[in-house]
Every structure is written in C-alpha cells, then in structure tokens.
Design a protein around this ligand. Sequence first.
Ligand code: NAD
Ligand code: UDP
Ligand code: UDP
Length: 316
Amino acid sequence: MMKNRVLVTGGSGFLGSHLCERLLDMGREVICVDNFFTGSKANILHLLDNPYFEVIRHDITFPLYVEVDEIYNLACPASPIHYQHDPVQTTKTSVHGAINMLGLAKRLRARIFQASTSEVYGDPEVHPQAEGYWGNVNPIGLRSCYDEGKRCAETLFFDYHRQHRLRIKVCRIFNTYGPHMAMDDGRVVSNFVVQALRGEDLTIYGSGEQTRSFCYVSDLVDGMVRFMEDTDDAFIGPMNLGNPDECTIRELAETIIDLTGSASKIRYTPLPSDDPLQRRPDIGLARETLGWKPVVDLRAGLARTIEYFEGVLRSL
Ligand code: NAD
Ligand code: UDP
Ligand code: UDP
C-alpha cells in the first residue's frame, strides 16, 4: 500500500518529534529534516527503527529536493537563548527557509503547514489575542529576529497562496510545554522543573506578575494535525492554537514547587527586554472550525513533564 509521505522540518525538535510520532501512528511515512541546531537525536531515537521514518540532516535555508505529499514547516529555534545566539541565521531560517519550503510545495503541489507563533502579536495591546489583531512588535529589538522572521514567513505563505494558489495552513502556536523540551533552552517550564528537581532556586524574571497560557504538547499536536487534515482549502488561517488557561509566572513556579515537593525557593532577577506582560490565546476559531480544545490541564501536563525530566536527570 502507498502511504502518504509527509515532510516535517524541525522534526527532531520538541514539537516536531511529537508530530513525527503522531503522523507515524496515523499510518504516514515521515521524512524528518533537521540541522540539529536545537533538536536532538534523543527526541527521535524511539522512531529510528520504524521503516517508515527517515531522517535527513539539512539546513532549510538551502534548497531541498524531495518528493512528498505534505509539508509541515517547524524548523526554527523557538527559545530566546537559542534564537538570539545567531539572530541573522534565525531570520534566514524563517524567511529563506519558508521560501525554500514554499518553492518545494509549489513544485509538488503539496499542502504546506506553517508553525507560526503568538510572538507575531508582540507585546499585545489587546487581550486575549484573536487572529484579527495585527500585533505590537518591535522591529529592531532582541526578539525581532524571531518575531519579524515569523511575520515575514506568514506574508510569504499568504503571497504564495494568492500568487501561486498554494494550499496553505498557517497556525499561530502559543506557549507549549511537555517532554522533549530541551533542558538548557531557557524556557520557563523546563527551567523551573529542572531547578525544582535539583533543589535550586527557581529564577523568576521580573515580578512574576506577567502571564502566559501553557498548552500541553499532545493537545497542540492534536490541533495541528486536525487543521492540516481539514480538507477545506479555503480554511487557511492564520489560526491560534494554545491553551486559554492563563496563569502568572509566580503561580507557575509555586505549582511546580508543589508538584515536585521540592525545597527550592524563588529568586527574582531582572526582566529581559521586550518580554510580553500578558499572553492568552483566543481559540474561538479553532473551536468553531475544528471542534478543537485542549483537554490536559496544567497540573496533569506538568506532572508528565516532571516525570520526563526526572528520567533525563537520572541519565546524566
Ligand atoms: P525546537 O527548537 O525544539 O525545534 C526546532 C527544530 O528546528 C530543532 O530540531 C532545530 O534543530 C531545527 N532547526 C532550526 N533551524 C533549522 C534550519 N535552519 N534547518 C533545519 N532545521 C532547523 O522548538 P519547538 O518548540 O519544537 O518549535 C517548533 C516550531 O514551533 C518552531 O517553528 C517554533 O517557532 C514554533 N513555536 C513553538 C512554540 C512553543 O511553545 N514550543 C510556540 C510558538 C511557536
Ligand atoms: N526550491 C526547493 N525545492 C524545490 C523547489 C524549489 O528548495 O523542490 C527552492 C528553490 O531554491 C527556490 C525557492 O524554493 O529558490 C523558491 O521557489 P520558487 O519556485 O517559488 O521560486 P524560483 O525558483 O522561481 O525563484
Ligand atoms: N521566565 C522566568 N524565568 C525563567 C524563564 C522565563 O521568569 O527561568 C519568564 C520569562 O521572562 C517570560 C515567561 O517566563 O515572562 C515565559 O518565558 P519563555 O521564554 O518560556 O516564553 P516566552 O517569553 O517566549 O513566552
């Protein structure tokens, strides 16, 4: 039987590895393309003996010639430490990478999914953020390589759609967490969980009054796949995916201390520049069009994430 062949760029990263696994479970053949900048072999080790899974080490800022039926474009470092390490490369990954993947999709007439981000809303002046909001982004700040790169990628997706009638699905992902997050990537959930498990102080940046809304990875992957599988070619997004349950960073720290039973204390350090004060998705569109909503609550998702990091720390 011929299986549908799916390309996942960034497939060895946090979200990409879960997506590859889900697609294989759905009976697809998966080609994972990754340059292993922030991804790791460990995230996809359990998939390597599957004959329908293939890995290509490749940087998507360079052209790629493969034959596939669908493309999920996730390649891009997502945490500030990593995307600010080489900001020019970050913009290139979003922009040149999008051009190459769109060129590939155009040649193959393949449907293509873009992992965009809530960061396109910048430090939002409206709350919660619905897809119609254009955002409040600093074009020249430290986060701009990521935010503006992703905004330009959205522009490219919509122009390839209008100009070349490409079938696109653009999704704006809000903060997501779970197993396979990199331990050292500085994102708040992995930082706090590892600090709590090691009995170190939890580092809150700023007052801890800033808010985020955290989505567990299985819920997010579910939304991504439902969106891509939706055969209505007029339904292209952009569409928010995330968990609308908002909490302050201080509440997150306290919950993680509670769940780990850690003796860790909280330490306050300065807030990085351009750090958004609040963020919560309006997921009305995903709910109405896909019937999708997150089902894993924060405590349950954190418990699974803590279990994962306990395993990682044991193996060090
Ligand atoms: P991640 O850093 O774990 O994964 C990104 C993957 O892309 C890594 O495996 C990395 O090696 C690879 N990569 C980076 N540059 C590349 C290049 N030039 N060529 C090929 N591969 C490259 O991050 P993630 O959290 O899994 O994020 C995946 C996607 O989802 C990203 O596009 C990110 O912007 C988006 N996103 C994630 C979140 C979140 O909360 N995790 C939120 C919004 C958007
Ligand atoms: N591209 C690719 N794989 C393909 C087809 C195209 O990587 O299978 C790249 C190619 O490098 C090109 C980019 O996608 O620069 C954009 O392609 P498009 O056809 O839109 O533009 P053009 O080739 O006309 O510049
Ligand atoms: N944060 C924090 N301590 C940390 C890491 C992050 O207080 O050790 C804060 C950060 O300043 C931000 C929030 O937690 O306000 C979420 O940060 P993250 O980098 O995970 O995501 P993003 O800022 O991209 O939403």
